[in-house]
Design a protein around this ligand. Structure first.
Ligand SMILES: Nc1ncnc2c1ncn2[C@@H]1O[C@H](COP(=O)(O)OP(=O)(O)OP(=O)(O)O)[C@@H](O)[C@H]1O
Ligand SMILES: [Mg+2]
Length: 433
């Protein structure tokens, strides 16, 4: 039998034709493009920023949104590709790609001349925008990984950064040629959370952007991604396992599809094992980007959830942890914005109950805790001190020590992923049958 290629995409942005959902975000982006305005898209690691830009770059998407793709010159690049990042290298990259896009047109020679200069500036791009405007065209700059421009490096100090960001703002807002330009930048954090100190005498450098957050997929989007598998009742289980995180969903789909195609009746344990190891870099990246306080809150949350999973263990006492959460709502809402956690209210609606969006991430945090030791615990006391009372600290220390010595008591994969376990045996249908 001829094998059909796996339709799930792992490890790279999804091509426009496989792009799922995000309809209101795409519509908002086209509204801004139509008005020659600007957007800052932000979302955690693997949330789909690069895929989003690729979707916006596709002429087919323009047709679907009733815009004339021929009037626009669309240029897409990632700031991660500009090493080391500098203002001149940024404008140079934009001009080079713009030149490639203008194959066979007269402006190519003009751009080539500008590229010969050692220092490229926003004025070079401005000059080309003027020419595009005369031809009734405009430029759409799709700039991925803008976080790079908000971090200093050897060639790009705080002052250079301030200058670059105000140049971008000037070009977009104050120059006459701004009417021929629309920019969409993506970053892992909201722009207002990063970048240089604000100048009290000027508008914030990010004020011209409309902010748009990419969140985990909703149920409809999850269904769309998984529909090719035709496994009834799987959605709930996969939603719980992945938290609707696009990259995690694609990994889950990829593994399941492969097993189905090779008619390999997948065992749930084998699936979880492979899923966990394939998704590890994503969790590590999310973890690395959290502050120490945020990491500690995630650990506390995982410990608190573990208590619920360890019905009989009296020695494992983390009671009262929720009190810490009620005092750290700001940090928690940042974690929530990144799609790592979520909350509901208790029945009386008097307090928020926080939980991990992905049960795999929750298990990963517990596994991280296994690997710690006394030295690590000592070093963490300073952070604990910021977050909790002496009594609470003692309780938490004891429960972490309990974890080190009682790994065997922890719930099995089957118990941990209960929903997945129930959904798994319910008749797999081969996609081609
Ligand atoms: N709209 C979408 N439809 C289908 N799959 C998607 C979508 N968005 C993202 N994905 C999947 O999620 C994974 C991560 O997407 P992408 O690389 O675009 O994320 P990112 O936010 O750019 O990540 P990073 O922060 O690492 O750059 C990809 O493998 C892709 O298949
Ligand atoms: Mg990306």
């Amino acid at each position: 039998m001829l094998r059909s290629p796996n339709p799930f995409v792992v490890g790279k942005p999804v091509p426009a034709e496989r792009f799922v959902g995000r309809e209101s975000e795409i519509a908002a982006a086209f509204d801004q493009i139509y008005n020659r305005s600007h957007i800052a898209v932000w979302g955690g690691s693997g949330m789909g920023k690069s895929s989003f830009l690729q979707k916006l770059e596709s002429p087919q998407t323009w047709v679907e949104h009733g815009l004339d793709a021929l009037k626009a010159v669309v240029v897409r690049f990632s700031c991660e590709g500009i090493t080391p990042f500098s203002s001149s290298a940024f404008w140079g990259e934009a001009l080079t790609l713009l030149k490639d896009k203008l194959e066979g047109e007269l402006e190519q020679a003009e751009i080539e001349a500008l590229l010969q200069k050692t220092e490229k500036t926003k004025d070079d791009l401005r000059q080309i925008l003027k020419v595009l405007g005369r031809k009734n065209k405009f430029l759409v700059l799709l700039i991925d990984d803008y976080d790079v421009a908000l971090n200093t490096n050897e060639y790009y100090d705080e002052k250079a950064m301030q200058k670059f960001l105000s140049e971008c703002r000037n070009l977009a807002v104050h120059s006459a040629e701004g009417q021929y330009l629309s920019t969409i930048v993506t970053s892992r954090e909201r722009l207002s959370e990063s970048g240089p100190q604000l100048n009290p005498n000027a508008s914030p450098w990010y004020n011209h952007y409309l902010f748009l957050q990419l969140k985990p997929f909703n149920n409809l989007e999850i269904d769309q991604i998984l529909k090719i598998l035709r496994i009834p009742d799987l959605r709930e289980a996969i939603r719980e396992t992945t938290g609707g995180h696009p990259a995690l969903l694609q990994i889950a789909g990829f593994l399941l599809y492969r097993d189905l195609e090779t008619a390999n009746a997948p065992s749930m344990e084998a699936f979880v094992k492979e899923f966990e190891s394939t998704s590890q870099p994503i969790f590590q990246d999310i973890w690395k980007r959290c502050s120490e306080n945020e990491q500690t809150l995630l650990m506390l949350m995982a410990l608190s959830a573990l208590k619920g999973r360890l019905h009989q263990q009296r020695q494992f006492d983390v009671s009262g942890i929720e009190f810490i959460f009620s005092q750290k709502e700001r940090e928690l809402s940042k974690l929530e914005e990144q799609g790592i956690i979520n909350h509901t209210s208790n029945e009386e609606k008097t307090k928020n109950i926080y939980f991990f969006t992905s049960s795999t991430m929750e298990r990963w945090v517990i596994q991280e805790l296994w690997q710690t030791d006394e030295k690590w615990l000592d070093a963490r006391q300073k952070v604990f001190l910021n977050l909790m009372s002496k009594e609470q600290r003692e309780k938490i220390n004891k429960s972490i020590q309990w974890l080190w010595n009682n790994r065997k008591e922890l719930p099995s994969v089957l118990e941990w992923f209960g929903k997945l376990a129930t959904a798994f045996p319910k008749g797999f249908i081969l996609p081609n049958s």
